[in-house]
Structure formats: structure tokens, C-alpha cells
Design a protein around this ligand. Structure first.
Ligand SMILES: [Fe+2]
Length: 476
């Protein structure tokens, strides 16, 4: 048997500590922050894994904490705060874990209405309709103060959604009109349904459309263009009856059934003049969509396609990605008239890339560039974590540029790309950098088109924070 090496030394120090809420001007900034970078960066991520001697098993189960960097002419202010959920409030008062998690179940654990998770809010955070919304899986978003990050309660889009509305964590903003698009799966055993919602730029629901599904797909993300929405439906199937009746976690209720195949579902956003349609693809698993665009009557969907699901690699905390599946950036090309798959382009890079980011101000249009995190130690056995920042290009169909941190250091958080509004050829990437041997974290800023030369600025934090999931940036 090959000897297992620890490809992620000290990773436990990035997960198992008590996060500190704070707000301060960052001192000791190294390098130079571009003068045009003015506004707020946000990241949400799981940030508490232990209470009263008990540890969450799964990365998705930690209480969400939002961190922000506010870039002004005077400097950069860091603020971080837990997102106040029902789960957090009740568990804080009890001093112990009470609720079942995505991958954590225990005797006597509680669920919402005995049928769904009472989830932490830890996935994503976006400015919308003059406020800041923090998203959880299958729950209403929570409204936060955009500067203090104080939680203000559930955001129900002027009463158009409720706590039982299926509502995913990967809402998308259409940069053309400020509309928010989101989806949610109804896990009915007999009539599973994909719900697609669109809201205007002021919080009013414009429409909710329902698309029947053959299976109870676990679905995390979506893509959109000016006219269409698209979903990569993987054969990761949720057995809702097991979750409700057997007291098991969501993780234990999911089964990977590649014989059922994968499909891409494409549906019109607005007037129902065309029926939604599906095209079959090889049975891969897609957690995240990179971008979609239309070119005439061709529809392009760029995704990270894995050989199998990733959720099993998010446990046990803190030993993640032990058997991480190969994953590649893949572009699917679909003919909207013949409703047929006409092309598939796969990049060579397979180091389990995740957390793709594009220019959010041009999302839904043709974009050649994307950025993501990769696991450089992908081929090692045993635990590992993100240690590469990559820049992919659909012009060369390859990863054009890579930055790798030294051993015992890690990267975290979707590497948000922020483009200079006055020059679309200039952009920066912001991501988290963990130095557990030194017990500290910093934010790094890169020239998006020359990441291998290393960061152009480093912003050291006073306290450790946890690795984030999704990010956003709003100019002010
Ligand atoms: Fe995600």
C-alpha cells in the first residue's frame, strides 16, 4: 500500500478555531491597491464547526460568517460577522448543536417542520435592490446591513417567498437590468420539480416557472443569458423519504446513479413561446457553472465537470478532499433550433478546480476568461486543499496562468474578479490566503491577467478567518 502523505499539513488550524467578530482599518498593507478599486468585497463561508465538545462532520454545516473589505480613498476596512439564523440563535442559547446538518446527524437532532433542514446561512452574499443578501441552501436569504453586516432578518421579496419555498443559494444577477434569478428543487417523490424565479431590480417577483423533473436531482448552481436559463442535472439523486423518515443527513440521503445519465435543461426566461428542453451529456457531476452565453441560435454553457460528486470530499472536518474527483472546465455548445448538443470542449487541467469567477458585470455574455481555485496536490492521496489560483481562457481552451502558494499555505474563497470600469482589459482578483504555521490570514490582490507574478498587494488581518465559499464585489 502506498504511504499516505499529508498533502495539507496544518489544515486543521484553518478549520478548528473560534472565529472573532471584528471591524477595523487594515494596517500593514503591502504593495499597491489600484486607485480605481473602490467599493465593497464580500465573502460568505462556514465558520464554526465545534460546540460543547461536538464537531460538525461536514464543511457545509458550519455557521455562516460574512466578511467584507471596504476599499476607500482612506484605506481598507475589514468587518466580519456571523449571519444570524434560527439555527445559530437557538444553538447559541442552548450552548450545543440542536439541528441536523447537510452532512451531520445525531440522535435527537431537529429539522424544520420535521421535513427540511434549518440550515446555516453560509454559501453566498450579493448586493441586490439597495441592500445586501446572504444566501443559504433551501432557505430565504437573510438581509444584512451592507457595511456593519448586522443581520436584519429574512428577506421575502415583498412577501413573494416563504420559509417553505424551495430557494437555492446561487442566485444570479443579470447585469443588464439588475434582475435576480434563482431556482429551487421541490423534492416530491412523485412530482419532483425545478422552480425558476425572476425578480426585478426592486425586489418584486416577476415570474415563477415550474419545470417537471424525472428525478429528485441535487442541484446547486445555474447559468443564465439574456433569454435563457440553463441547469446541468447530474444523477446525484435525493431520497427525500430517507431524510424525513430515517433521521439521516442530506448527505446520507443522496445516491450517485450514473446509469441515469446527466442532462442539460435549457428554458426560456420570459414569455413561454418555447418549451424547455433537455440534451443528454456524459454522466458527469456539475457543482458550479462558470458562465453561459448565446451566439445567434447557439447556446454555450461553461461548467466545471467532475467525474463524480464532490460532497463526500467535504468531510470529515478538517481532513477534506481525501479522494477528490478529477474535474475539468468544459464548454457545451447547444443548437437552440435543433435542440441538440453540437459541441463539447474539455480543457486538460484536471486538478479538481472549483469556485469559478467571471466578470460579473458581463455575466451571461461571451466571456473568454475565468478564474478559479485548484488543488495542486490533486494526485496525492490523503487530505489536501486549494493551493492554486488559475486563470482559464476559452480562446486557447487552456489554463493560461497559474499561481501556486508554498507548501503549508492555502487559498480560499471564490477568487472574485473585479474589472476596471474605465478599462475592460484591466482587472484584479481578490482571494484569501491562509498561513496556518504563522496563525494568520491575509487577503491577496492579483493582476487578473498576470497572476503567476504573484500578488500586487497583501492585506493582513488581525485574526484568523475561515475559508470562504462565494464572493461578490460592488463598486461605490
Ligand atoms: Fe456554490
Amino acid at each position: 500500500m502506498p504511504t499516505q502523505i499529508d498533502a495539507a499539513p496544518l489544515l486543521e488550524r484553518c478549520f478548528l478555531f473560534d472565529a472573532t467578530e471584528d471591524s477595523y482599518e487594515i494596517n500593514g498593507i503591502q504593495g499597491e491597491i489600484p486607485a480605481w478599486l473602490r467599493g465593497s468585497y464580500y465573502v460568505n463561508g462556514p465558520s464554526r464547526f465545534e460546540r460543547a465538545g461536538m464537531r460538525c462532520k461536514h464543511w457545509l454545516d458550519g455557521d455562516g460568517m460574512v466578511s467584507t473589505l471596504r476599499f476607500t480613498d482612506k484605506g481598507v476596512r475589514f468587518t466580519n460577522r456571523f449571519v444570524q439564523t434560527t439555527k445559530l440563535r437557538e444553538e447559541e442559547a442552548a450552548g450545543r448543536f440542536i439541528y441536523r446538518g447537510f452532512g451531520t446527524s445525531f440522535p435527537g437532532d431537529k429539522t424544520k417542520r420535521n421535513v427540511m433542514l434549518e440550515p446555516p446561512n453560509n454559501v453566498s452574499v450579493y448586493r441586490y435592490a439597495g441592500t445586501l443578501l446572504s444566501f443559504a441552501e433551501q432557505a430565504m436569504p437573510i438581509e444584512l446591513d451592507p457595511y456593519t453586516l448586522e443581520s436584519k432578518g429574512d428577506y421575502d421579496f415583498n412577501g413573494s417567498i416563504s420559509e417553505i419555498t424551495p430557494f437555492a443559494a446561487h442566485a444570479k444577477t443579470d447585469p443588464v437590468n439588475g434582475h435576480l434569478i434563482n431556482f429551487g428543487i421541490s423534492f416530491s417523490a412523485t412530482e419532483p420539480m425545478l422552480n425558476v424565479y425572476e425578480f426585478d431590480d426592486k425586489g418584486e417577483m416577476l415570474r415563477r416557472r415550474r419545470h417537471p423533473l424525472k428525478y429528485q436531482h441535487s442541484l446547486h448552481d445555474m447559468g443564465f443569458t439574456p433569454n435563457y436559463v440553463a441547469f446541468y442535472l447530474s444523477p446525484l439523486i435525493m431520497d427525500f423519504n430517507r431524510f424525513v423518515n430515517e433521521g439521516v443527513s442530506v448527505m446520507e440521503s443522496l445516491s450517485w446513479e450514473p446509469e441515469k445519465g446527466s442532462t442539460i435543461l435549457v428554458a426560456q426566461r420570459s414569455a413561454k413561446t418555447e418549451e424547455a428542453f433537455r440534451v443528454e451529456v456524459e454522466p458527469g457531476y456539475c457543482l458550479h457553472v462558470i458562465n453561459c452565453h448565446e451566439e445567434g441560435r447557439k447556446f454555450y454553457m461553461d461548467v466545471f465537470e467532475m467525474e463524480r460528486p464532490i460532497y463526500g470530499e467535504y468531510q470529515p472536518i478538517p481532513d477534506l478532499f481525501g479522494t477528490a474527483p478529477a474535474c475539468r472546465p468544459v464548454r457545451y455548445i447547444i443548437d437552440l433550433d435543433t435542440k441538440a448538443l453540437v459541441g463539447r470542449i474539455a480543457m486538460e487541467y484536471d486538478k479538481s478546480p472549483d469556485f469559478p469567477a467571471v466578470d460579473s458585470h458581463r455575466a451571461g455574455t461571451e466571456l473568454n476568461d475565468f478564474w478559479a481555485l485548484g488543488i495542486g496536490e490533486f494526485h496525492a492521496s490523503g487530505r489536501k486543499f486549494f493551493d492554486e489560483l488559475i486563470h482559464g481562457s476559452w480562446k486557447s481552451n487552456s489554463i493560461a496562468d497559474v499561481y501556486r502558494v508554498p507548501r503549508e499555505q492555502y487559498l480560499g474563497g471564490e477568487p472574485v474578479s473585479v474589472f476596471n470600469p474605465a478599462n475592460k482589459d484591466e482587472a484584479v482578483i481578490i482571494c484569501e490566503h491562509f498561513l496556518p504555521a504563522e496563525g494568520r490570514v491575509e487577503f491577496l490582490i492579483f493582476d487578473a491577467f498576470n497572476i503567476s507574478k504573484g500578488p500586487i498587494a497583501k492585506l493582513p488581518l488581525k485574526h484568523m478567518i475561515h475559508a470562504g465559499f462565494h464572493t461578490s464585489f460592488e463598486f461605490e
